[in-house]
Design a protein around this ligand. Sequence first.
Ligand code: ZN
Length: 339
Amino acid sequence: MLLQNPSWRKAKTAMKYKAFPLTDYYKNFSLIEGGHVPAFVCKNDPPIIFDPGVSAFGPLYYRTLLPLMPKQQHLLILLTHSHFDHCGAAPYLLRKFPGTQLGASIRAAEVLQKQSAIDLIRRFNAEYEEKMADDIKGEDTSFSGIIVDMHLQEGDRVELANGHCFQVFETPGHTRDCLSYFFPDTGVLVAGEAAGVPEGDFIHSVFLASCEDYANSIEKLRAIEAEALCIAHVGILTGRSQIVQYLTASLAAAQEYRSKIERYMDKFNGDKQKVVDTIVSVRTKTPFFASARQRAAQFLRSTTANPDLIVHWYHNSVLFAAFSGTPLPSQLLANPFCC
Ligand SMILES: [Zn+2]
């Protein structure tokens, strides 16, 4: 049976949380809009861009960063993890700003060197390039392999110019290669998807690699007591007490979600397709989810997948529906690089 830990059984009913107001900027941090994959920028010397999303947004990132770089200096790119929608535009920026350095976890560095991973990430990004051909105007934004210059791990402290620095925290759970970055001088914490992803009064629990690790990572983030939290896909949450409340709610949401999967696995005697259909039907009356359900059925027929992939599938479907309204590339359902 899936998910045995009794401590996860506490949450019994679907919970709603207060909606946490998000902003686009805080002190020297701001968000570059990019549909459902915004990137965060820290005005610094050099400027830092976190998670430059899909490749098609490369020119947008470039145009936004240029005014911060009057002398055409280099950038620092920091990745929270190696999913295609968090690193897709990194090669484009590396081509545009030679001398740019890129930091990520050791595990992410390994993933980004695998030809199979590069091919998959390139293919997902190419789907956006096709849809956004008018915006790209013939530029080559294609994804290619990335050499990670800075192999970062728990406890690292990286000194920047003018006495600034950032600290590195390993926050696995969403994927195994997740890092979060904390800037003590401003109190800003860049957490990627390790903090969950809010949508109104609902918090998506995105534990794709490990529920236990995901919960531990949220607790680790909560203990930092940041003043601003950059949350992947949505924006910046400010205020120490707001952030603690949010992370507490995110942890509860993860517990509730895990319990829900566990209950359905019991109820349907481990029938993964019924579990997926039931979970999805709770929140889904739209045409998107009608086709999503079909794809789920297809997916589950075509694999001997580990039940954890149900979580993966649900997460990705919901995120895509919530933030882009566009169908999910079916191959992502079986992304082998995060689980
Ligand atoms: Zn991700």
